[in-house]
Design a protein around this ligand. Structure first.
Ligand SMILES: Cc1cc2nc3c(=O)[nH]c(=O)nc-3n(C[C@H](O)[C@H](O)[C@H](O)COP(=O)(O)OP(=O)(O)OC[C@H]3O[C@@H](n4cnc5c(N)ncnc54)[C@H](O)[C@@H]3O)c2cc1C
Length: 436
């Protein structure tokens, strides 16, 4: 019996699911569908453009995509081109792997002022995502506030302060190179409501902030505790001790020795974004730890700035036809099971946490359930899907098409860079028609 599976979303969780299905030794016909022509989700559009080695995991995904059981359907969107109920009638199993592509909101006044962005849109902008390449953020201020104490906040701060030379081996699009180069930005204030021990940076990313060409990290030594207090696992304690050591090292650096600075401002909870039409400052309440919880102190302060990026996580879009947990921003599921023959993996299943490989654990768990639950195959699968797309005149991008697009991106790369990305869907499809 061959079981037909539609995996919706070609990010890590979708590809890991396909890979784990293929390793079960059973017979599958697997179609991986993505709303944009390019595969790999946040590997291409989230992971920082100057962290190219992290993106190498896509080589393993490429091997999966070229297996004979697998087909790629880029430029086909669930909700726009096809509904979940249609997919359910076409495929024996449907796996939702659509990620979390909406910004969580800060939920404070002033959030809709010009110059305030969520990290999803801002990161998509500097990564050349078709949804955001034309965001054109105004980088015309000397000070920016990045809200968040995790790796995404660090990525945003670092990309804003690195030099053109430091970015030479990245795939930062030309428009972002120019905008950052022309920006008068000198100070980025990274603000989070928790303290230096609770911050979620990984140590490699944190250390990198002390190694930048023209930017110095700034930390108030008075805020760093002598040791890591609280109840942590051994592993977490070691990570936090390392981060404390790194932050202590930062306090010994001279902030005036370099042209730019990233200020690590802990215990700072944003309460209002101030400005007339566009952002002029952010008002914060100072916080402190009370029995492991962060609480407000009633003391307020402001930071003047012309740009705010809120890196406070992301949420999924609701999928028509299945229940949605609006609070958590995920599809309602039990360990990935959504309803008969419908599953969820990755960020749409558990929210925007963890690293790329975390999604492999989800895939293993969901495939375990698919194998256990599936009783019969026999739905039309790929043949039915292809005729429906043809009927609707939808320009599906195959994996061969994608390889042609990618080859042109690589051929067009500036010296030292891995590729020059096509940033709009029209450009990608246009490149295909020129390619023959
Ligand atoms: C800014 C940022 C930086 C990161 N950096 C790192 C890092 O350096 N190292 C690391 O290990 N992890 C990093 N991560 C985490 C990692 O990227 C995620 O764990 C992972 O990408 C989540 O996988 P996913 O498949 O659930 O979602 P995604 O990667 O978001 O993939 C979802 C896919 O679904 C598609 N899709 C969405 N809606 C539809 C629809 N309606 N129809 C069809 N397709 C759809 C999207 O186009 C996308 O391709 C980072 C995350 C972010 C946000």
């Amino acid at each position: 019996m061959t079981v037909s599976v539609a995996i919706i979303g070609a990010g890590p969780s979708g590809f890991y699911t396909a890979d784990v299905l293929l390793k079960t030794g059973q017979s599958y016909e697997i179609d991986i569908v993505d709303r944009i022509p390019a595969p790999y989700g946040l590997i291409r559009y989230g992971v920082a453009p100057d962290h190219q080695t992290t993106k190498n995991v896509s080589r393993a995904f490429e091997k999966t995509a070229t297996r004979e059981e697998v087909q790629y359907f880029g430029n086909v969107e669930l909700g726009r081109d096809i509904t979940l109920s249609e997919l359910k009638s076409l495929y024996d199993v449907v796996v939702l792997a659509v990620g979390a592509r909406l910004d969580k909101r800060l939920g404070i006044p002033g959030e809709d002022l010009d110059g305030v962005y969520g990290s999803v849109e801002f990161v998509n902008w500097y990564n050349g995502h078709p949804d955001c390449w034309n965001l054109a953020p105004d980088l015309g201020a000397t000070d920016a506030v990045v809200v968040g104490n995790g790796n995404v906040a660090i990525d945003v701060a670092r990309v804003l302060v690195k030099t053109v030379e430091e970015m030479a081996h990245s795939d930062l699009p030309d428009y972002a190179v120019r905008a950052i180069q022309d920006s008068p930005l000198t100070d980025v204030h990274m603000c989070g409501r928790r303290g230096p021990v609770e911050a979620k940076f990984t140590n490699v990313e944190l250390r990198e902030m002390g190694e930048l060409e023209i930017c110095a990290p700034v930390v108030d030594p008075g805020i760093l505790p002598d040791e890591v207090g609280g109840d942590w696992s051994d592993r977490d304690r070691r990570l936090r001790e390392k981060n404390l050591r790194t932050l202590r090292g930062f306090t010994e650096m001279d902030p005036e020795a370099k042209a730019k600075r990233v200020h690590f401002r802990f215990f700072s909870s944003p309460v209002e974004i101030l400005g007339d039409g566009r952002v002029e400052a952010v008002k914060f309440e100072r916080t402190r730890l009370e029995e492991g919880r962060t609480v407000g102190t009633g003391e307020h302060f402001e930071i003047s700035c012309g740009l705010v990026v809120a890196a406070v996580g992301s949420r999924s879009e609701a999928v028509d036809g299945v229940p949605f947990d609006d609070k958590q921003g995920i599809v309602v599921n039990q360990d990935g099971w959504v309803e008969d023959n419908v599953y969820a993996v990755g960020w749409v299943m558990r929210g925007s946490t963890g690293v790329i490989s975390t999604n492999r654990n989800d895939a293993v768990a969901v495939v375990g359930q698919i194998v256990e639950n599936i009783r019969e195959g026999g739905k039309p699968g790929r043949a039915g899907f292809e005729s429906l797309l043809a009927e609707r005149r939808i320009r599906r991008v195959s994996f061969d098409d994608w390889k042609s697009i990618e080859a042109i991106e690589i051929a067009n790369a500036p010296r030292g860079a891995p590729r020059r990305k096509f940033v709009s869907v029209d450009e990608m499809l246009g490149a295909l028609s020129q390619d023959g």
